[in-house]
Design a protein. Sequence first.
Length: 347
Amino acid sequence: MASGAPRWGTLAKLAVSVTLAHLWLAAEVVPDRLGEGAADSRPRRIEVAFVRELAPAAPPALAPVVARPPVRKLAAMPAPEMPASAPELAMPMVALEAAIAVPEPVPPVPESPVMPVESPTAFEWPPSTRLSYRLSGNYRGPVEGRAQVEWLRSGARYQVHMDLGIGPEFAPLMSRRVSSEGEITPEGLRPRRYDEETRVVLRDPRRLVIFLDADSVRLPNGSELPRPTGVQDSASQFVQLTWLFTTRPELLQPGVSIEIPLALPRRIQTWTYDVLGAETLATPAGDVEALHIKPRLPPRPGGDLTAEIWVAPSLQYLPVRILIRQDAETYLDLVVERLPQQAAPGR
């Protein structure tokens, strides 16, 4: 027994060191990236029941453009007299005097194939959806936990909630919730409010709120900035990207870049996301074909957190992996652990 005491003492010291490192990550590094501010009472949460599991399926086909029938040609009409200095313009007029014919006979115009339009005529937002993730990462050692993202809707009102916990599920060392609330519009999501709350063991909760008004954005420090067209927040951007990829699948070609203005706790900044290509992800829910989307802004110490995402076309372009980085050595990796859960259609 006595010979085992030093070893147990070493293990205890190691456990304390790892716990302190995790607390440092939660209390110092992560909150410092949030900005300051206090939130008032949050909007009431939309209540839904998740009743089914989303099965993988091919992406919905877009509405086709029907080929226009060839214009019926009328008899040629005499050409108007033209100045002698421009004989090349003296040619017959056809097609209701609107189209100019070439001197040689025009061959029949073949029917154009049916081509997809850039966006469907009627896009139906998915029902309320819950995504569950396993969390792993690194900060001076490995960290583990769970995360959950919920897309909730009630009529034209939406909410996005992202919950993250580091440490044991029954007593996490750190937990965070970010929420976005706003309206569903023909141009996608229009956020009205963004809330963020971080809880760390032995510390008071830290909260902030961003108000996105009709023409301005109010940041937690009290500054008010003009509201850019299409601005999103840190939570709504994931669903907005899903909407973009569903309505405009041509954006998912490797090499394409997408710009989204983001309302962040300290600033408004346009972020550029680059589409890198397709990958097969091995997840607890099975292998998933996904497309890798990466922010162009590199992570750096003291900068904003960056989030790479992998969206699955077979799962309604939902994010099946989210990699959040502070820098090259500090990151959280969220990988979907089960198929998404959804409410009944229309909820």
